[in-house]
Ligand binder design. Structure first.
Ligand SMILES: [Zn+2]
Ligand SMILES: [Zn+2]
Length: 256
């Protein structure tokens, strides 16, 4: 599986874009960076957008994508998929016609540019290309989910989105070999209290999460670092001496 990193920052600054990763040009996980990173041709390839939660830095590309696609020559519907509370909040707050057009009923009521699909935790969906995607709830300040993705060769990655520490998550995943884990570290160790209160991780908290996992992943990528704290976080991560642990980098492609 090839994953293109469109954005992997926990805040927006020049050169630092909010989270979005693109699997095989058609399947997007989070939409923090989208139309500002992809050409129109690449935007037209997207068929699915899996959303981890409703925080703005994970959804803000959706309205702009819809606005671009409606003028495409070969128009198609993009499925926005997430757990029920996330879909409800997107419908209620972004696609209610008050701050942007409701692209679920445009260009016409039967075939909108966007289709909102609820997917319950633990239930799977099959996408084009033979990928199976299953949401597993994580611990954040709003309802949030990570996604386990498996290809036809049974290679798996887990994209955790924003999450604080969780026991239930790793219990549910325990018997699964995850080949690649993409997980957040937003704050340095000195800000553990804020991390816990807001549902995020520090390097020390990540270390504890890894100990709860069954078989360790071949690759672990850190995402959602707040750029203001990057230097401190990098030092703290280096001190963990885990050779499979790397920082995700915007614009790069990773292989699972
Ligand atoms: Zn969040
Ligand atoms: Zn976030």
């Amino acid at each position: 599986m090839k994953i293109r990193v469109l954005g992997c920052s926990g805040a927006e600054f020049p050169g630092h874009r909010p989270p979005s990763i693109l699997l095989n040009s058609k399947i997007l996980f989070d939409a923090g960076s989208l139309t500002n990173m992809l050409s129109l041709k690449d935007q037209l390839r997207i068929r699915y957008i899996f959303i981890t939660h409703t925080h703005l830095d994970h959804i803000m590309g959706i309205p702009f994508l819809a606005d671009n696609l409606i003028f495409g020559k070969k128009r198609h519907t993009v499925k926005i998929i997430s757990i029920p509370p996330v879909i409800r909040a997107i419908r209620r707050n972004i696609l209610d016609g008050s701050i942007w057009p409701d692209f679920t009923v445009l260009p016409d009521t039967h075939e909108g540019i966007l289709d909102l699909t609820e997917l319950k935790p633990g239930h799977s969906i099959e996408t084009d290309g033979g990928y199976t995607v299953v949401p597993y709830e994580v611990n954040h300040s709003v309802p949030a989910t990570g996604y386990l993705v498996e290809d036809k060769e049974k290679r798996r990655f887990f994209y955790a989105g924003d999450t604080g520490p969780s026991d239930i998550l790793w219990e549910k995943m325990r018997d699964r070999q995850i080949h690649c884990l993409i997980i957040e570290v937003s704050f340095p160790n000195g800000m553990e209290q804020i991390a816990l209160e807001t549902g995020h991780l520090t390097p020390r908290l990540l270390n504890k999460e890894l100990l709860k996992m069954g078989p360790q992943p071949e690759k672990i990528f850190i995402t959602h670092v707040k750029p203001q704290f990057f230097k401190t976080i990098r030092k703290e991560v280096e001190r963990m001496h885990i050779s499979s642990l790397k920082f995700l980098e915007g614009g790069k492609t990773i292989t699972v």
